[in-house]
Design a protein around this ligand. Structure first.
Ligand SMILES: [Ca+2]
Length: 331
């Protein structure tokens, strides 16, 4: 296991961490308590729903190499790349990590109603920063992604955290096929949306823009949902400093992540950014440690061309079951 992805090292890449202002002695006491608790806590069961995707690849490797998480399945959704390319990428990534026992399933082949808009400009021709990984030793799981989500939720009621880091098509299809999973899912932590702007256009973030109808289904489902949006992800930059740290150690996964990060840092620099935003890894980071961010309760609706709307009232109209959060890091 590359040391980069062990939790203490991995989390330090998230720039805006919660800072304590308590006295040192109290901090030390709490630290001992937290570490002791973590040592005995069972890993959190997650399903990663992904459209890999270079930052998806980072998120996936972070999840696979974090002892706090138990990745029960990886489901693939079209977004950054086509469904077929994303599935091939997911299989190569899981193979690179030597985790072929984790089911990798294909899901929806296109958004519910919209035309898929892929993002090879940002992720490279193959979605993995133009890095050619070895062919996968892992085999695809025959189950349909949304069916696999349904099956695993019923098998572990109130234990599964769903972590969608792509368009929300698979999650919405799972709800549409079996709404009884909603109260059985422990929580949803998703990367998507933006309270104060978008990255596809002035209003819409890519994951929501690609399938806004699916997003509205997921946001209105009534399950506990944490939205890791652009507002917080854009503050979470992997800069040259962290890239240099990554480059100082080596291993199969380490070297791949270094290459992908270098690609993204270089691309970001062309647009004047000092680093590349850790969109999807931050969602996984929040699954590992919710204290990385603050999540005030808000009501979020999705305008069906992808604009996230939010108001600081927790309940609007009849949507009393909607318990939706957005987040801002503490400084
Ligand atoms: Ca993604």
């Amino acid at each position: 296991m590359p040391t980069y992805f062990r939790r203490p090292n991995a989390l330090k890449y998230f720039k805006h961490r919660t800072r304590t202002r308590t006295a040192r002695s109290l901090f030390q006491t709490l630290l001992i308590f937290v570490l002791a608790t973590a040592a005995f806590a069972a890993p959190k069961k997650i399903i990663l729903d992904t459209d890999p995707g270079s930052d998806d690849a980072m998120a996936l490797m972070l999840a696979l190499n974090s002892p706090e998480l138990d990745v029960r399945a990886i489901t693939v959704v079209p977004g950054n790349v086509t469904a077929a390319q994303g599935l091939d990428n997911a299989l190569r990534l899981v193979s690179l990590a030597n985790r072929c026992h984790i089911p990798v399933a294909a899901g929806a082949q296109h958004p519910l109603y919209q035309k898929l808009i892929t993002a090879e400009f940002w992720h490279g021709h193959n979605g993995l920063a133009d890095i050619e990984l070895p062919p996968s030793k892992c085999k695809v799981d025959a189950r349909f992604g949304p069916d696999l989500i349904i099956q695993l939720v019923h098998a572990s009621p109130h234990q599964i955290t769903l972590v969608p880091v792509g368009p929300l098509t698979n999650s919405a299809v799972a709800i549409e096929k079996d709404a009884s999973i909603v109260p059985l899912v422990k929580e949803v932590i998703l990367m998507g949306g933006g309270i104060s702007g978008g990255n596809v256009n002035a209003a819409a973030e890519a994951n929501i823009y690609n399938d806004p109808e699916a997003a509205q289904v997921v946001f209105q489902a009534g399950w506990p949902l944490t939205m890791v949006g652009l507002d917080v992800a854009n503050k979470t930059l992997l800069t040259q400093k962290y890239l240099d740290q990554l480059g100082s150690t080596h291993g199969q996964v380490n070297d791949f992540i270094y290459g992908a990060a270098k690609y993204l840092v270089s691309l970001s620099a062309k647009f004047g950014s000092p680093g590349t935003a850790m969109y999807d890894p931050l969602a996984v980071g929040v699954a590992i440690d919710s204290k990385l961010v603050e999540a005030p309760e808000m009501h979020v609706d999705i305008e069906t061309r992808g604009h996230s709307l939010a108001a600081k009232r927790s309940h609007i109209g009849k949507g009393t079951s909607n318990k939706t959060f957005w987040m801002e890091t503490t400084t």
